[in-house]
Design a protein around this ligand. Structure first.
Ligand code: FPP
Length: 248
């Protein structure tokens, strides 16, 4: 049962609320949040990491089955070195905590993206978290790190092309299911709802194939300020869109 921290609008009752099975979040606005306070961008990411912890826990508590967060894109390597270092430090910190503190937790952790660019110690933490959590039965938390939708599709195309070259797949066998099965999200349902805080109206290379039918909710709040009630607001907006007024 959902724990709604925001009062439902008059036209909706609790029975109208259909929760999305899979939510994607583009955690945007950390830099602007820091700038507004005269702080370095890394302070925005630290605050954003706190928000991430809180919102991931909330999604798990209200019964969301899959949550995918965009933590670091293939394009983010273009940022200044000190900002990248601060982000890598935050990822390590989070993954160390996750190993240490989440022993009795039900969340399954997975990572989407090209791992070859990460340091051996971060990579080891990613693998350890995946192995430790893989048999849990709770929400799947996908953390997209060094992720790009186009890079993911190229990766899938190369794998499929190799199978065609080997003779194990015929070109006519390639269909949507086969492509989905070669993405980092293999075996997972497509996102139903994608939330983008900070007001930007872009997909930014996030889950390009998987979001074909997703509902986008763009919100004016910066990610470090994002609260449980903002997630509720997005869920209410999603529920309204799913009511199919007059439709079938
Ligand atoms: C985009 O905001 C945000 C990022 C590139 C980093 C997101 C990372 C976190 C929230 C850190 C925590 C994650 C984990 C998994 C511990 P921006 O910097 O582009 O903001 P701006 O558009 O205001 O400059």
């Amino acid at each position: 049962m959902a724990i709604f921290k925001k009062k439902l609008p008059q036209e909706l009752t609790l029975s109208d609320i259909v929760l999305p099975e899979h939510i994607g979040i583009i955690m945007d606005g950390n830099g602007r949040w820091a700038k507004k306070r005269g702080l370095p961008r890394s302070a925005g990411h630290t605050a954003g990491a706190q928000t991430f912890r809180k919102i991931a826990r909330y999604c798990s508590d209200i019964g969301i089955r899959y949550l995918t967060v965009y933590a670091f894109s293939t394009e983010n390597w273009r940022r200044p070195k000190d900002e990248i270092d601060a982000l890598m430090k935050l990822f390590k910190q989070y993954l160390q905590e996750a190993i240490r503190d989440f022993k009795d937790d039900s969340i399954v952790l997975r990572f989407l993206g090209d791992r070859s660019a990460f340091s051996p110690d971060l990579l080891a933490l990613m693998e350890e978290n995946e192995a430790e959590s893989k048999d849990r039965d709770g929400m799947v938390l996908n953390i997209a790190m060094n992720y790009g939708g186009r890079a993911e599709m190229i990766h899938a195309m190369r794998d499929i092309a190799q199978k065609v070259a080997d003779g194990t797949v015929k070109p006519d066998d390639i269909d949507e299911q086969m492509v989905s099965d070669h993405l980092y999200t293999k075996g997972e349902p497509d996102p139903d709802l994608i939330i983008r805080p900070s007001g930007e109206n872009r997909t930014s290379n996030f889950l390009l194939w998987q979001s074909a039918y997703a509902e986008y909710v763009i919100m004016d709040v910066l990610w470090p300020d994002f609260k449980e009630k903002d997630l509720d607001a997005a869920l209410i907006e999603y529920a309204k869109r799913n009511r199919r007024f007059g439709g079938v």
